[in-house]
Design a protein around this ligand. Structure first.
Ligand code: NAD
Ligand code: IPM
Ligand code: MN
Length: 352
């Protein structure tokens, strides 16, 4: 009997709550069916808790996740009652930073040609992964506001790029390419304008890339990258980029594969607790209405199971999701007529 895997569930806000419930249903079904040694614990951090007692993410809880959990599964955060996203900064970004989840792994894979908004593109044409640096860049929160509310107001937001941080995400992308038999890594920056931070990206990409002579190296400025992702997505295999650009290009990538309702994501620390969340947000206008597509959340569960050492259950989930799409057992955004719960039920009945 393998050692227990401990999994923390944080439902998130808005549709995060709706879709996480379905992903957990699938997790429970698989655990039951295969007698998986999972301990699943539920936590209530999110907007509701924050509004009730001001709690965001206690330090002791971060320690507990770090020391006692294999994975955290989290629904999207964001609630109109917390307009400054104060809770999400501590919970989502806080966990990314404090658990050192430096790899944001976001696969982009078209599973049904009818879902692609581009003309004449097949499933083979849209199949790449984005590695987004997840602990630095514009996200670190360094900066400030001076003379707030006056005509002389100054706001600064520092873009932090460290040698260690840039090197480890670029190396991770090359190692992934090598392991998966991918032949090219594309790095995207804006070094023509951002002279210092992205000069570092250029130099580190060349240095680390030289250690992988068998893998082709390619570079696009991020504006050109977005254009190429639409024009010729088939050229991409592995893309590596900074935190901010990775956020933007993965929403674009999501559309290439059928929308945010299908885009999965993992925040990985290769040596510690990792965290899994879909790419999409909390879409407040759809919250609690049995409308949101739970497949991104369910595919994200698959990424977590893969990470925990159960790739066969990830494949089973992927297969069930493909079936759901092909047979239109899907929500409106994919041309189906089912609700969130019914799509969750379909996957529960079709995973093996
Ligand atoms: P969003 O991703 O929540 O929604 C944008 C649109 O995408 C929706 O209106 C909807 O049309 C579609 N969509 C997204 N997920 C869907 C799903 N599962 N099924 C069907 N349609 C779906 O982005 P937004 O409107 O910019 O942000 C809403 C809130 O979510 C904000 O507070 C934002 O900060 C937050 N957010 C959180 C995360 C996260 O926690 N991981 C990610 C992105 C945005
Ligand atoms: C994402 C989200 C987050 C990000 C927000 C909610 C802070 O958009 O996970 O893509 O920008 O990283
Ligand atoms: Mn985003």
């Amino acid at each position: 009997m393998p050692a227990n895997k401990r999994i923390a569930i944080l439902p998130g806000d808005g549709i995060g709550i709706d879709v996480t419930r379905e992903a957990v249903k699938v997790l429970e079904v698989l655990r039951e069916k295969h007698d998986l040694p999972f301990e699943i614990n539920h936590f209530d951090y999110g907007a509701e808790r924050y509004l009730k007692d001001d709690t965001t993410m206690p330090e002791a809880q971060v320690e507990d996740f770090r020391n006692n959990y294999d994975a955290v599964y989290i629904g999207a955060l964001g609630d109109p009652r917390v307009p400054d996203m104060a809770h999400a900064r501590d919970i989502l970004l806080g966990l990314r930073f404090k658990l050192d989840l430096f790899v944001n792994y976001r696969p982009v894979k078209l599973t049904d040609v009818n879902l692609c908004p581009l003309k004449n593109k097949s499933e083979e044409d849209i199949d790449f992964v984005v590695f987004r640096e997840n602990t630095e860049g514009l996200y670190v929160g360094m900066g400030g506001i001076f003379k707030k509310g006056t005509p002389d107001e100054i706001a600064t937001q520092e873009d932090v790029n460290t040698r260690k941080g840039v090197e480890r995400i670029i190396r991770y992308a090359f190692e992934y390419a090598k392991e998966k038999g991918r032949t090219k890594v594309t790095m995207s920056d804006k070094s023509n304008a951002l002279r210092f931070g992205h000069d570092l990206w250029q130099r580190v990409f060349a240095e680390v890339g030289a250690e992988y002579p068998e893998i082709e190296k390619e570079h696009f400025y991020v504006d050109a990258l977005t254009m190429q992702m639409i024009k010729r997505p088939e050229q991409f295999e592995v893309i590596v980029t900074c935190n901010m650009f990775g956020d933007i290009v993965t929403d674009l990538g999501a559309q290439l594969q059928g929308g945010l309702g299908l885009a999965a994501s993992g925040n990985i620390n290769p040596n510690g607790t990792s965290m899994f969340e879909p790419v999409h947000g909390s879409a407040p206008k759809y919250a609690g209405k049995n409308i949101a597509n739970p497949l991104a959340a369910i595919l994200t569960l698959g990424l977590m199971l893969d990470y925990l050492g159960y790739p066969q259950h990830n494949l089973s989930i992927e297969h069930a999701v493909q079936q759901a799409i092909k047979t239109k057992n899907a929500t409106k955004d994919l041309g189906g007529e089912l609700g969130t719960v019914q799509v969750g039920d379909y996957i529960c009945n079709n995973v093996v």
